[in-house]
Design a protein around this ligand. Structure first.
Ligand SMILES: [Zn+2]
Length: 357
């Protein structure tokens, strides 16, 4: 193993550096790694967008370009085994891509005990810097222990020109926190003793929602912040309530049917299911973080879909997911609280009133 190290000075940052920078060609980076012991993970599209540029600038030692089909745990295991045999395991993983590339690289870095630098090309979900990743394994999606990136870099130019649908999902995941915070507060009140609360975390999420706008810097900061929240709180509780449970229940049903759309549109779905839950809060006389009408206005401002039709979800499968949601995990929320009062009649009434159907 060589000992030469390259160093990029300039941005003064602690161990975990996150920055939204303007110009990749002239910006300098405050991290160092030995290019010989580095491995880049990128995707077919993102390699062309940024991967080639990053690998030549940092003289990255080796590169794996993942296709859509092999961004899964089976493939990851092959890569890991290869380095085991080779005996020259990379010390630094450089990920270049969107959410699914970062998810893959985070698990690989964890298992190879390597450092991790992520160059993100899209802001599509808020798990970017969390210590867990979701990956498919034999076609089934699972949650894996993952390395929290040591550095994350985003370039505004690339983020702004990235697939707007990915970013829309990012906004969707963000706005759904009105619902997840309502759920957290509700559980604190009704499920006394069964919940932990952290005022600093609550305030930081709440404040990020007050500043909700179409600023990419804002979205990026929120993503970094939310990763830190999950890591320090020890679970995703503050960021994931019944709206996420409905989305997970729906994905579960879809994947059992062998439907490959099950892992699509996470952010858009949780935003819409959040709208539904906020409607339920009002319909059963409980308090939420925001009135569903104001929430819906914000969704429309961001360009998010507000109907099941736009999301390509049938009303029957949506209803099944609502009933199934409380069984997905033991995290108290309004749906659990309603128990037998959660009826077809209530679901129909609330879904129609908020305009989901
Ligand atoms: Zn989410």
């Amino acid at each position: 193993m060589g000992s030469e190290t390259i160093t990029y000075q300039g941005l003064k940052v602690p161990k975990t550096y996150y920055g939204l920078t303007d110009n990749f060609k002239t910006d300098e980076f405050d991290f160092e790694f030995n290019p010989k012991n580095s491995l880049m993970i990128t995707g077919e599209t993102t390699n062309g967008i940024l991967g080639d540029e990053v690998s030549s600038r940092f003289s990255v030692g080796a590169k794996v370009v993942l296709s859509r089909e092999n961004k899964d745990y089976e493939h990851l295991r092959l890569v890991k085994d290869y380095f085991k045999i080779d005996g020259d395991s990379p010390k630094t993983i450089i990920a270049v891509g969107g959410g699914s590339i970062a998810d893959y690289a985070k698990v690989l870095a964890k298992e190879l005990k390597a450092n991790l630098v992520v160059f993100t090309t899209a802001l599509s979900h808020d798990g970017l810097v969390s210590g867990r990743s979701s990956l498919r394994n034999n076609g089934i999606k699972g949650s894996y222990e993952a390395k929290v990136p040591d550095h994350v870099v985003a370039f505004s130019e690339i983020i702004e020109s990235s697939d707007s649908d990915l970013t829309l999902n990012g906004w969707g995941d963000h706005i759904s926190k009105y619902s997840s915070l309502s759920e957290w507060n509700f559980a604190l009140e009704k499920n006394q003793g069964g919940e932990l609360f952290d005022e600093t975390i609550y305030n930081s999420i709440r404040n990020s929602l007050d500043n909700l706008s179409e600023s990419y810097q804002n979205l990026f900061e929120y993503f970094v912040n939310s990763g830190n929240i999950t890591n320090s709180f020890g679970s995703s509780r503050p960021l994931s309530g019944g709206e996420h449970a409905i989305a997970h229940a729906l994905s579960d049903t879809k994947k059992k049917k062998g439907d490959l759309t099950y892992d699509l549109d996470h952010g858009k779905r949780v935003a819409a299911f959040g709208l539904f839950l906020l409607g339920i809060y009002e319909d059963v006389g409980e308090v939420s973080e925001i009135h569903w009408k104001d929430y819906k206005k914000e969704m429309i401002n961001l360009g998010l879909p507000t109907t099941l039709l736009e999301l390509g979800i049938g009303y029957g499968e949506f209803k099944d997911a609502v009933y199934k949601a409380p069984t997905i995990r033991s995290r108290y929320g309004i749906l659990d609280h309603l128990g037998e009062r959660l009826t077809d009649q209530l679901i129909d009434y609330s879904a129609k009133r908020v305009g989901l159907v």
